[in-house]
Design a protein around this ligand. Structure first.
Ligand code: FMN
Length: 271
């Protein structure tokens, strides 16, 4: 399908003209292009049937060697959510959303089912495999949720206090909360907007990696971000400065600079 709606989604995502030849689209791509993080939720609950469909979507993602090295914890209890929100930088939308999912890398199940010791699971590769698995699964659930008219926001702040989160969720050794995800019905009074992304020329390379055309495109993106932030009444900070400050030093990692030690305490040797 090539239509005006597809072109407008493209323009919204990139804040630049759509390709002259038109944009190929269908319902799925259209929905994916319209993603926006939702941080304001209406009170309505997310029922078990919907949760089950989200998990089915998650489990339908590809998974390395079919190991399915992940688990997800669904949290609905208000007090439980409040304790988790506190550990996640007190982000208020976590309390507001009726459902909080904690997506976990999980090597503990493999250890439980194996008749012998799993030395291979001690390696960084196994940890990475489980993080990749859970990320693919979670994004499938996110797309499924959005297709049902729900809104989601990922919560990386779950990694700010990994040991406390593990304790709060009763995680056995070999299970690590990689990120959370607030899920709920978007508050119609506070609609979220599509946040522009880097021009494709910056992220798409043909045959070999190249950086030549980058600077001009990134300058244009900084402007697009500025426009978005003005429209949203957000603090103005261009993308380049945000990248530089977010990764400046250990202190800018919100406590996550101790992640390696925390992971080792949680049973990941990362050899
Ligand atoms: C792994 C991950 C962790 C995130 N953690 C947080 C978070 O803790 N708090 C938050 O408000 N947004 C969080 N986000 C949402 C990002 O800020 C958001 O996706 C990004 O700014 C792009 O905006 P968009 O999702 O609306 O397109 C996270 C996103 C990802 C993928």
């Amino acid at each position: 399908m090539i239509d005006k709606h597809a072109a407008s989604l493209f323009v919204e995502r990139y804040r630049s003209l759509a390709p002259e030849g038109g944009v190929a689209c269908n319902e799925v791509i259209g929905m994916i292009l319209a993603h926006r993080s939702v941080r304001a939720f209406a009170g309505e609950a997310v029922c078990d049937e919907v949760l089950s469909q989200l998990v089915a979507a998650a489990q339908s993602a590809a998974t390395s060697s079919n190991l399915q090295a992940w688990s997800v914890i669904a949290v609905r209890d208000e007090q439980h959510k409040a304790r988790l929100a506190e550990l996640c930088d007190n982000q208020k939308f976590i309390l507001q959303a009726p459902l909080f999912l904690v997506w976990c890398a999980d090597l503990s199940r493999a250890r439980r089912v194996s008749p012998h010791q799993l030395d291979g699971a001690d390696y960084l590769e196994a940890f990475l495999l489980s993080v990749v698995d859970v990320s693919l699964a979670a994004q499938n659930a996110a797309v499924a949720a959005e297709s049902l008219g729900l809104g989601i926001c990922y919560v990386g702040a779950v990694r700010n206090h990994p040991l406390d989160i593990a304790k709060e969720l009763n995680l056995p050794p070999g299970v690590f909360g990689v990120f959370g995800m607030s899920v709920g019905h978007p508050d119609p009074a506070k609609p979220a907007a599509v946040r522009p992304r880097l021009p494709q020329s910056v992220v798409l390379h043909f045959e070999h990696y190249g950086t030549k055309p980058e600077a001009k495109a990134i300058a244009a993106y900084n402007e697009a971000q500025g426009d978005f932030q003005k429209e949203q009444g957000m603090k103005l900070i261009d993308w380049t400065s945000r990248v530089a400050s977010r990764l400046k030093d250990a202190a800018s990692l919100d406590g996550r600079d101790i992640l390696r030690q925390a992971l080792q305490a949680l049973g990941f040797k990362l050899r």
